[in-house]
Design a protein around this ligand. Structure first.
Ligand code: OXD
Ligand code: MN
Length: 614
């Protein structure tokens, strides 16, 4: 204990509540030594990780790591939200009693960091000075150095954030113990892993993984699960898996901010980092704020909805990132950015990295290339030859400041006023390019019925979406009915309501081709939405919202867009929508205490569709 006190003194960590928490867990996990981390330790920790072989150099100022092959993604089955109140059980939060989970995790973690360093990572998930800062402060204890290096990129890290707390005891306590990854039975009936957020005790206990989505406790467990629970319990805010971007119209000088959610594999990061299409670039400048999390609240002074991105970096999926899909990301992970790549392919001779979709075909000369598991490509057997080089969930981790179109005010603690909240899934038919919703309960209803096509046969039935309410299904911390009511309450308190919209870039023709080119052209429907909000266009009212008329969209430079395709993506397929309404009814019925306003919105849309059909 005296040794730990000396380390904490030396680090200037003065918060007594943090100190006793550190001492308790250091003793419990059996860590050999304790080290307090500040962001300024990055260069030294990188050096140490290179020396230890945990990182390999990937060109100047970039690094490469491989995770354990059994540890490459978030595990939703092993993720639990625990509280002391059985009423907190929802459909998606895997609720368990805190009294069961805490001792179970304590037992699993006991002595499991023996021989290791326990890093103490104090952080804040908000731009400093934010009105939500009290909810944003936490301390992650981790026994893995690469997790620390990711945390430094993804959160603001330093002892000052915990020393200065108004209530020294009010911080999220996160404990990450990796465990013996060779022997955790991952994915078997005897799976030892558990990723538990004890939400009403503001404690996060994650055991059995060092993959980012399970181990970066600031980001996913605190930034989403804990924060969404805190937002509800305090009545003050929403924490959502949302992107956040700004569009400045240089002609009028006005700036708009849009946030919104999309289920995985629906292009959220690409949209968050979007640039103007060339033909509109002189007029519109797009700024990036965030690609994965937004916290929203209503400012008491001006009554508007404000948003921040609580993160400090981007933890993006590498697959398919290239100059066409996401040129901004390509620049953000270029040499000199300090980016850490995980589970992409790596060339040990040239220190180059590659992933599927980085270029059309893999490097022709395979010399020196190893796949994400470390196997030489040149030594692959006939059976292995077509396997991907990179893991499909391989990642890049880079700080926001590296993103070339980062908004100049991204660190403004006041956040930005929100003009629109959008939802978008991957849907091959039915969903038009964009439909705007001006009514709050109907907007919230649309978010709750968000989904994307099942991507694997096993996951669902064709034509039935895998519903992912507000893109929060993996992060829901409390019951969905209460969640809907909280949304209505928070956004309903705003004097100026944001407009809602549903977008879909993925409609296909009968021959399977995409009807809309996507990527940078996706800005066009968003511009229309802002014009609608300003009263500059009126669109066409349909049973499911307002869609643009053909001539309202700014289509300059889209000479290849076929008029019949445009017609299709701006029209409503009423019979398909009627089918969808039945699925939605089933989906919403899973949730208890769904507010009557939401059911009323559902009935209104259904009746309007029926009226249109007759
Ligand atoms: C996720 C992520 O898993 O953002 O959703 O990494
Ligand atoms: Mn995410």
């Amino acid at each position: 204990m005296a040794a730990i006190d000396a380390v904490l003194d030396e680090a200037g960590l003065t918060n007594e509540a943090v100190r006793s928490y550190v001492k308790h867990w250091a003793q419990h996990t059996g860590a050999e030594r304790v080290e307090v981390v500040n962001a300024s330790d990055d260069a030294r920790l990188i050096r140490e990780a290179l020396e230890a072989g945990e990182l390999l150099p990937a060109g100047k100022g970039r690094y490469y790591s491989r995770s354990h092959p059994k540890d490459t993604a978030r595990s939703e089955e092993r993720t639990v939200v625990a509280t002391n109140n059985p009423d907190d059980k929802g459909e998606y939060n895997n609720w368990r009693p805190a009294s069961e989970m805490r001792p179970m995790l304590e037992e699993r973690m006991a002595g499991k960091s023996a021989g290791k360093t326990m890093y103490v990572v104090p952080y804040v998930m908000a731009p400093p000075g934010s009105p939500l800062q009290a909810f944003a402060t936490g301390v992650e204890l981790t026994d893995t150095r690469t997790v620390v290096l990711h945390m430094i990129r993804m959160a603001r890290v330093g002892v000052q954030y915990v020393n200065e707390l108004a209530d020294p005891d009010y911080f999220v306590r996160g404990v990450h113990v990796t465990g013996d990854l060779d022997n955790l039975g991952q994915g078997t009936a005897d799976d030892q892993r558990y990723f538990v957020t004890i939400a009403d005790e503001r404690t996060i206990l994650h055991y059995g993984s060092s993959y980012g989505g399970n181990a970066l406790l600031g980001k996913i467990a605190h930034g989403l699960r804990q924060a969404t629970y805190d937002g509800w319990a305090s009545g003050k805010f929403l924490a959502e898996q949302f992107l956040l971007l700004g569009i400045t119209d240089k002609e009028t000088g006005r700036t708009y901010h849009i946030c919104g959610g999309m289920p995985s594999a629906s292009g959220k990061t690409n949209l968050a980092m979007i640039l103007s299409p060339d033909a509109l670039g002189d007029r519109y400048q797009v700024h990036f704020y965030g690609d994965d999390i937004a916290w929203l609240w209503v400012d008491e002074e001006d009554g508007r909805v404000y948003a921040i991105n609580p993160e400090y970096g981007a933890f993006g999926v590498a697959k398919d990132t290239n100059d066409v899909t996401n040129p901004t990301a390509v620049e953000a992970i270029s040499e000199g950015t300090g980016t850490i790549f995980t589970n992409v392919a790596y060339n040990e001779q040239t220190q180059d990295v590659w992933w599927e979709g980085k270029s059309k075909t893999p490097p022709a000369d395979t010399e020196g290339w190893r796949d994400w598991k470390g196997q030489l490509i040149s030594e692959r057997s006939e059976a292995e030859k077509d396997e991907p080089w990179a893991h499909p969930n391989s990642r890049f981790t880079t700080t926001l400041a590296n993103i070339p179109n980062i908004a100049p005010d991204y660190e403004n603690p006041k956040g930005v006023p929100v003009d629109a909240i959008i939802f978008g899934g991957r849907t091959r038919d039915r969903e038009p390019l964009i439909r705007a919703i001006t009514d709050l309960p109907e907007g919230v209803y649309d978010g709750l019925t968000l989904g994307a096509e099942a991507t694997f046969a096993a996951e669902g039935t064709e034509g039935v979406l895998r519903y992912d309410p507000m893109s929060m299904r993996p992060f829901m911390a409390y019951p969905e009915g209460a969640y809907a009511a909280h949304w209505l309450k928070v956004i309903g308190a705003a004097k100026e309501q944001p407009v809602f919209a549903h977008v879909n870039w993925f409609q296909r023709g009968e021959d399977g081709r995409f009807l809309w080119p996507g990527y940078r052209d996706n800005l066009r429907p968003l511009l229309w939405l802002m014009q609608l909000r300003n009263g500059e266009v009126t669109g066409r009212q349909t049973p499911v919202g307002i869609v643009p008329t053909k001539d309202e969209l700014q289509l300059e430079g889209m000479d290849d867009l076929r008029p019949d395709d445009l017609e299709t993506i701006l029209s409503i397929d009423v019979p398909r929508w009627q089918q969808e309404m039945a699925h939605r009814e089933q989906h919403l019925s899973l949730f208890r205490d769904v507010p009557e306003e939401i059911w009323a919105a559902h009935r209104r849309v259904s009746e309007a569709l029926d009226a249109e059909a007759t």
